[in-house]
Design a binder for this molecule. Structure first.
Ligand code: HEC
Length: 165
């Protein structure tokens, strides 16, 4: 027959193991649920992604940003309604000044804080609910694919700087 003195360490060891398992589980769950910036990637060298992005672009973006990514005329000057015309996405535009994560959020949610001032009025639609995240990354890959190597390198540097933040 076991004396209570022999039993106690076993019970304590059991509690210790149970406690460790709970802590590890909690840590894993926290790690999975922790909010991160947008994940995913827009790879201008991935032919499949670029092709998919081209289809998305023609259907959802070209009407404003131009079939050749040339944007609308006088895109830097506000229209009589106070809103800006659609800028080009080619290397003459401003798009490549943004890191990938900002371009993704901008396309998904439109121009709203923190990427634009509160109440900012813009014709740029929010594509959340219209486009899957994969389609947004694909259209960005398509846009990046149109840039010459020099512009791609400049934008990559900005993107890498933003990821280190
Ligand atoms: C109805 C017209 C319209 C459509 C369609 C449209 N955009 Fe825009 N987009 C705009 C306008 C206008 C702006 C400039 C907004 C501003 O600064 O007020 C803009 C700005 C942007 C910017 C910011 C560029 C920069 O240099 O800051 C990105 C990125 C962008 N659009 C991506 C897209 C993508 C990707 C699509 C297709 C999935 C798309 N847009 C479809 C009108 C449109």
């Amino acid at each position: 027959m076991k004396s209570p003195a022999q039993k106690r360490p076993t019970g304590r060891a059991y509690l210790l193991i149970l406690g460790s398992v709970l802590i590890v589980t909690a840590a894993i769950v926290t790690w999975i649920m922790w909010p991160r910036g947008p994940t995913g990637r827009a790879d201008p060298d991935d032919a499949g992604q670029v092709a998919r992005g081209g289809m998305v672009y023609r259907q959802y973006c070209a009407s404003c940003h131009g079939a050749k990514l040339e944007g609308q005329p006088e895109w830097r000057i506000r229209k009589p309604d106070g809103k800006l015309p659609a800028p080009p996405h080619d290397e003459t535009g401003h798009t490549w000044h943004h890191p990938d994560g900002d371009l993704f959020l901008l396309t998904r949610h439109g121009l709203r804080p923190p990427l634009a001032p509160n109440g900012y009025k813009s014709d740029m639609p929010a594509f959340e609910g219209t486009l899957a995240d994969e389609d947004i990354w694909a259209v960005l890959a398509f846009i990046k694919n149109s840039w010459p190597p020099r512009i791609r390198a400049l934008q990559r540097a900005r993107d890498e700087a933003a990821r280190r933040r």
